[in-house]
Design a protein around this ligand. Structure first.
Ligand code: DGL
Length: 268
């Protein structure tokens, strides 16, 4: 039994799609979330920069006495997880391995697509994680960089999102995948649009749910779960623009965001 909170970080607002699943699957855990809204996007930055940011974000969360850290950001999971695990003592998990597990479970034809930021796709982290589980798999990857700003703008349901998604994904359809990993925090918000274009025969994988399930078993294995069954506390920190986070993030989470504070992440 451990009542300390779980720490979650992302480059900004998108990681709330992961928080939403953690809230659902671990309803008695307190959560401290950090969104690096001053330095977003991570998707187009180098491994060196992302690793530096990820370490600062983890040090900040540890200063809030978190018992485990979830890297909700796919790009940071792809580029910095190993470094964080060698530097810090608490359990740290990313979204790539859970997403890969779910994709391998879902595919019947062994033809899997991955969409994500340029950083995630170029790192080939999903590819490696999937191949570890299923050697004979065929993997097709595609960066869709415009999806992030569309979602940030709250335009997921607009016609323009459909047109842009069609442009990215229509040529991708020739690979005849049966499973598509939504390998970026923001893409699950576009599930309707992406599903319409890819068609019913393609299973869309949201790594967030599987990540929350993996977190639950890690807490359990390490005796870290909070069994108190009291109402959980959710606290949010950002490095810039708390008002925008509150507004857009509230839509991501489908609930009001309270307890939000701006911090200087460069100090960590
Ligand atoms: N959070 C990032 C990811 O999942 C998307 C936004 C960004 O580029 O920072 O890869």
């Amino acid at each position: 039994m451990d009542t300390r909170p779980i720490g979650v970080f992302d480059s900004g607002i998108g990681g709330l799609t992961v928080v939403k699943e953690i809230m659902r699957i671990l309803p008695y855990e307190d959560i401290v979330y950090f969104g690096d809204t001053a330095r977003v996007p991570y998707g187009s930055k180098s491994q060196e920069t992302i690793t530096k940011f990820a370490k600062q974000n983890s040090r900040f969360l540890l200063s809030k006495d978190v018992k485990a850290i979830v890297i909700a950001c796919n790009t940071a999971s792809a580029l910095a997880l190993d470094e964080l695990n060698s530097e810090f003592d608490v359990p740290i998990i990313g979204v790539i391995k859970p997403g890969a597990n779910a994709a391998v479970r879902a595919t019947k034809t062994g033809r899997i697509g991955i969409i994500g930021t340029e950083g995630t796709v170029n790192s080939r982290a999903y590819e490696r994680a999937i191949r570890k589980l299923f050697k004979e798999v065929e993997i097709f990857s595609l960066p869709c960089p415009l999806f992030v700003p569309l979602v940030e703008e709250g335009w997921a349901e607009k016609e323009v999102s459909y047109m842009i998604a069609k442009d990215y994904l229509e040529p991708f359809k020739k690979f005849e995948i049966d499973t598509l990993v939504l390998g970026c925090t923001h893409y699950p918000i576009l599930t309707n649009v992406i599903g319409k274009i890819m068609g019913e025969d393609v299973t869309l994988i949201n790594p967030a749910e599987e990540t929350a399930i993996e977190l639950k078993s890690i807490l359990f294995e390490n005796g870290l779960q909070n069994t108190s069954k009291r109402k959980p506390e959710y606290t949010y920190y950002v490095s810039d623009n708390p008002d925008k986070f509150k507004k857009v993030g509230g839509n991501f989470l489908n609930r009001e965001i309270e307890n939000i504070t701006k911090i200087d992440i460069e100090k960590f």
